[in-house]
Write a protein of this length. Structure first.
Length: 364
């Protein structure tokens, strides 16, 4: 009798332990995962991550370790995770069309990709999104099947385009956008239903055909989707272009281009105008390799920058001064940066910027 009770207690303890554990990711190749899912008639939950992705680490350490996540995923899925830059990861990234991290791929028991969910979230968020997706009949995966079968009408392509954008599947996104654009008249392009063709950095980058079309028809687009949306879109685009110049990543955009960007920004009706013009000034100074001007502008620009702007610009500007071997300018820039720290609203940013400037001073 004692043995029976002991066995029952052991089973109960094991059950409780299992109930408290997080998501069990199995060490399977993708081929093995597909086979197991088919044999057990279960879906696959695939976590596509990289070692450098911050949100990926948060999901791994703070979300998938929770008992609530384990209860939901372990009973429903064959759970696997792959580093997209190691082993079979690069091949899987190409095969599955992974364009951002983390991406969570839902695959049906028959091996057909059902959907792709992009971005970090809390445990309730990931559970809700997965549950919602599994109930849908039109997802990026199911629409892909229809596309590959030859469906090409405008309404379908627009629907597929939105799903591809949400899934960050850039290569197919551009392909579908090209086919759709070929079917549209200029009047149809300006319609609000087609705004996605222009409100997307992958489809309307700076100097692209869609970018010039947007600029040429700003008034008509504003009437369709609202001037706020149009101006916000241009502001976000220019922020990316100008910050890339200061980072040294963009060598194609000319000084004349920066001047033209500045002209457009001055016509925008947005609260961000002052901040955007500060970006223009920084980019101009960087293009001219004018150290004293860059320092002067930094003093004016950083106080009007948001947390995100400061975090984006502190490193490239300081690196510029270091590469110019101008210790006096770098020391003065550090002093400017320290005056901005009290204005930062997020404590993590305060900690990072303070640490960054401390380290810079140690290296001088």
């Amino acid at each position: 009798m004692k043995k029976v009770i002991l066995m029952l207690l052991c089973c109960l303890s094991l059950t409780l332990l299992r109930a408290q554990e997080g998501v069990r990711f199995e060490s399977l190749t993708f081929k093995e995962a597909l086979q197991k899912a088919k044999e057990e008639n279960r879906w696959i939950f695939l976590d596509a991550y990289t070692s450098w992705c911050g949100p990926c680490k948060v999901m791994a350490e703070q979300v998938f370790t929770l008992a609530k996540a384990g209860v939901f995923f372990n009973s429903r899925f064959v759970n696997v995770k792959y580093d997209m830059e190691k082993g079979e990861g690069p091949e899987l990234a190409k095969k599955l069309g992974i364009g951002a991290y983390p991406t969570f791929v839902l695959i049906r028991p028959d091996g057909v990709v059902h959907d792709k969910l992009v971005g970090g979230m809390d445990v309730d968020g990931i559970i809700q999104r997965v549950e919602h997706s599994m109930k849908q009949t039109e997802t990026v995966g199911t629409l892909a099947v229809r596309y590959e079968q030859g469906e090409r009408d405008k309404d379908f392509l627009l629907k597929y385009l939105r799903a591809l954008s949400d899934a960050s599947e850039v290569r197919r996104l551009r392909e579908v956008a090209g086919i759709l654009a070929g079917q549209l008249t200029d009047i149809e392009k300006i319609d609000s239903t087609c705004w996605i063709l222009f409100d997307n950095n992958d489809l309307a980058p700076f100097h692209s055909e869609n970018y010039w079309f947007l600029l040429a028809h700003r008034k008509q687009f504003s009437q369709q989707v609202g001037q706020e949306k149009v101006d916000r879109r241009l502001g976000m685009l220019y922020t990316g272009v100008l910050s890339s110049i200061v980072w040294g990543r963009d060598t194609k955009t000319t000084f004349a281009d920066v001047q033209e960007i500045g002209k457009v920004i001055r016509t925008l009706k947005t609260d961000d105008k002052k901040r955007l013009l500060a970006y223009v000034s920084l980019a101009n100074a960087y293009k001219e390799k004018n150290t004293s001007e860059l320092l002067k502008i930094s003093k004016k620009a950083f106080p009007v920058f948001s947390d995100a702007d400061v975090m984006m610009m502190v490193m490239p500007v300081s690196v510029y001064f270091r590469t110019q071997e101008d210790k006096a300018a770098l020391r003065e820039f550090i002093q400017v940066g320290r005056t901005v720290v009290p204005n930062l609203k997020i404590q993590e940013n305060v900690n990072y910027v303070t640490y960054y400037f401390d380290e810079l001073e140690k290296q001088m």
